[in-house]
Design a protein around this ligand. Structure first.
Ligand SMILES: [Zn+2]
Length: 238
């Protein structure tokens, strides 16, 4: 059977003499992998269209197992990202996490569009001379992905008692799954203090569309506070 996918190539691994296994996230089939035969031969035409960080229309012939990739047409090469070392490091960190969090063959249009918007936003951000933007897109993407996969970070009320938060002192507990009021934080020895603006940033990530994050301006300490909370949440949940 021949299958056609709109897919974003996540990574590739060499196998055998000239083959490669590509892992991709597709609109139609979710995360899939398949074999690209002979692509490491010098004259191989498929290789360029199966590089990591490429959006392509991929054809796979499969009866069972991984099948083989018989065609690939590039839709977006994300050339700017590929030429910028910092952008590349950020995208690979996101892909690594994405690959860990997302199961095989569980298609989700929302997740596909989120990943596509992340890459398109990064492509636009390259050359703007503001590397904090890369990190804002990275963390914004992670927060939205966690939400889409059902690991929502609680940011509206205290995750332990459900009370309204007073902006004076907000803590964050990965164990409880989100922000805590002052009273509940006293009983959680692993809770960390977070800045009010860090919590606002998390709310903004959850409520808004990813491309709008280009407009976010954050003070270093608020950004670092948000990042600390998300990294702690990832360590706890992965
Ligand atoms: Zn509470």
């Amino acid at each position: 059977m021949e299958y056609k996918y709109t897919a974003i190539i996540l990574n590739k691994r060499n196998v055998g003499e000239t083959d490669r296994i590509c892992t991709m996230y597709s609109l139609e089939g979710g995360k899939i992998k398949s074999v690209a035969k002979g692509v490491r031969k010098p004259q191989a035409k498929l290789a360029a269209s199966l590089e990591s960080i490429t959006l392509a229309d991929v054809t796979i012939v499969r009866s069972r197992g991984l099948g083989k990739i018989t065609g690939s047409i590039v839709e977006n090469n994300f050339t700017a990202i590929k030429k910028d070392e910092q952008a590349l490091l950020n995208v690979f960190a996101v892909f690594h996490l994405f690959d860990k969090l997302v199961d095989f063959e569980n298609p989700d249009q929302g997740v596909f569009e989120l990943l596509q918007k992340y890459l398109e936003s990064m492509e636009k951000a390259v050359g703007g001379g503001d590397e904090q933007k890369y990190l804002i897109f990275r963390y914004g993407f992670i927060v939205k992905l966690l939400d889409a996969l059902g690991y929502a970070i609680g940011v509206d009320v205290c995750a332990a008692c459900g009370c309204e938060l007073t902006p004076a002192k907000i803590c964050f507990s990965s164990q409880q799954g989100g922000v805590l009021c002052e009273q509940c934080a006293k009983q959680d020895k692993d809770a960390i203090l977070v800045s009010v603006n860090a919590v606002k940033m998390l709310r903004l990530f959850l409520k808004n569309d990813l491309p709008t994050f280009a407009k976010i301006q954050a003070f270093r300490q608020d950004f670092d506070s948000m990042r600390l909370a998300v990294d702690d949440f990832l360590r706890w949940n992965l």
